[in-house]
Design a protein around this ligand. Structure first.
Ligand code: C6P
Length: 408
């Protein structure tokens, strides 16, 4: 096991030295929105544009070949990172949102009618709600929602009751971005599969914190975004089982996804290119591969152990503050602490924290239905990454106390 040296790790993230408009040192607790990028990733992207930039799968010249090699090596790296069987199972997309839209449009659209149902949970981000609602609107299918209890855990017996011969897909988040619940996805997948129902996992909030093994999980689809795992924005991954992807029609039309085109008829390319219409985000893919290398080198086990320690520390310190109510107290939680302070508006608390250089997210967290279940208009959300420290958490506690004093 590599040694986990927090001071050395922090030196990899140039942005962490920034100061805000009050000359306060940045404390970045908005990691669920996007993670910061280590210099190794930044340098890889700069080097790509300086020395390799070219289009892929198109040119005979050496630059195009080099870019193609880097791009395909990135696919291979993602394959290994999530332990997929084949690199054709790795589709480059813009992010989690596009991955889910791809499945909604390609896997489901032409197959669904008014007798069919899609199951999601109450914990979903809008990206795992709206594509299914749009699909239901144009096919007549129904959206069924797994309820949660007051802690923010899905009610498993209710999930079992929702499964029926009408269910065409279960689409569920691994970790809730708004309240941090870790869903029991292993059991969800097993239970759905016992009725031959495929499962899509929204891994936007888990890929950066947990070892993902798609073979062991046996999920049918897994979606994640590069920018939440220390990589660049604009790149993400849809993993799908090969036999499913092979039987799915293309999602978008254009260059790259075709084999031959005439005005009469077009035939489509093989996997994975069938789903990658147009010039892909080559620098993004190369940057993502570099990010995966970076966290592999630190060690996912080291990251998980350290993050657990600071998460427990932060939870304890925040809940000890008089007037705090933590929203979401699920059996298993990770990295996200959502709270309300007395009856103060989350935005006002966030603005005071911002004055102190502390970046948090406030509001509905793109999970409006979940906030409605808790009968609230939003929360203050602290989301942690492995470059955060206990000292930063103590400064956060100080700043929350200051906000309380100033606002009440
Ligand atoms: N959540 C947050 O602050 P994109 O935007 O496609 O990279 O990811 C969408 C998405 C899907 N599912 C979950 C569980 C997510 O958390 C997110 C992104 C960010 O919570 C931005 S809204």
């Amino acid at each position: 096991m590599n040694e986990f040296n927090i001071h050395r790790i922090r030196e990899d993230f140039p942005i962490l030295t920034r100061r805000n408009f009050n000359n306060k040192q940045l404390i970045y607790f908005d990691n669920a929105a996007t993670t910061q990028k280590p210099k190794q990733v930044i340098e890889t992207i700069v080097n790509y544009y300086k020395n390799i930039n070219s289009n892929v799968h198109r040119g005979v010249h050496f630059l195009s070949e080099e870019a193609t090699t880097k791009f395909e090596e990135a696919r291979e790296k993602v394959k290994q990172f999530i332990n997929a069987d084949y690199s054709e199972e790795i589709i480059f997309v813009r992010g989690t949102t596009e991955a889910i839209n791809l499945v909604a449009n390609s896997f489901c659209k032409n197959k669904l009618n008014e007798n069919d149902e899609i199951i999601i949970s109450s914990l979903e981000h809008h990206s795992n709600i709206v594509p299914w609602q749009m699909l239901c609107e144009c096919t007549g299918a129904k959206l069924k929602v797994i309820p949660i209890d007051s802690n923010g855990d899905i009610i498993f017996e209710e999930f079992i009751k929702l499964l029926s011969e009408k269910t065409r897909l279960v689409a569920i988040t691994h970790i809730s971005n708004a309240i941090g619940t870790v869903n029991p996805i292993e059991e969800v997948i097993k239970t759905a599969h016992s009725k031959s129902i495929p499962v899509l996992i929204d891994g936007a909030q888990s890929i950066q914190h947990k070892k993902i093994d798609v073979k062991k999980l046996d999920c049918d689809f897994f979606a994640f975004s590069g920018h939440k795992v220390y990589g660049p924005t604009g790149i993400g991954i849809l993993y799908g089982k090969k036999e499913l992807l092979e039987n799915m029609p293309p999602y978008q039309g254009g260059g790259e996804m075709i084999q031959s085109v005439s005005f009469e008829k077009t035939t489509y390319n093989t996997l994975p290119y069938k789903f990658e219409a147009g010039t892909p985000n080559i620098a993004g893919a190369v940057g993502l591969a570099s990010a995966l290398d970076y966290i592999t080198q630190i060690g996912l086990d080291n990251i998980a152990t350290y993050e657990r320690e600071i998460f427990e520390f932060a939870t304890e310190k925040i809940q000890d503050i008089d007037g705090i109510k933590i929203i979401g107290t699920a059996k298993e939680k990770a990295n996200i602490i959502s709270f309300l302070l007395n009856n103060l508006h989350p935005y006002d608390v966030g603005a005071i924290l911002d004055n102190e250089g502390i970046a948090v997210r406030t509001g509905l967290h793109c999970a409006e239905p979940l906030m409605k279940i808790f009968s609230i208009n939003g929360t203050v959300r602290v989301s942690l990454a492995f470059y955060n420290t206990k000292e930063e958490i103590l400064k956060l506690v100080e700043a929350i106390n200051k906000a309380k004093k100033l606002l009440t």
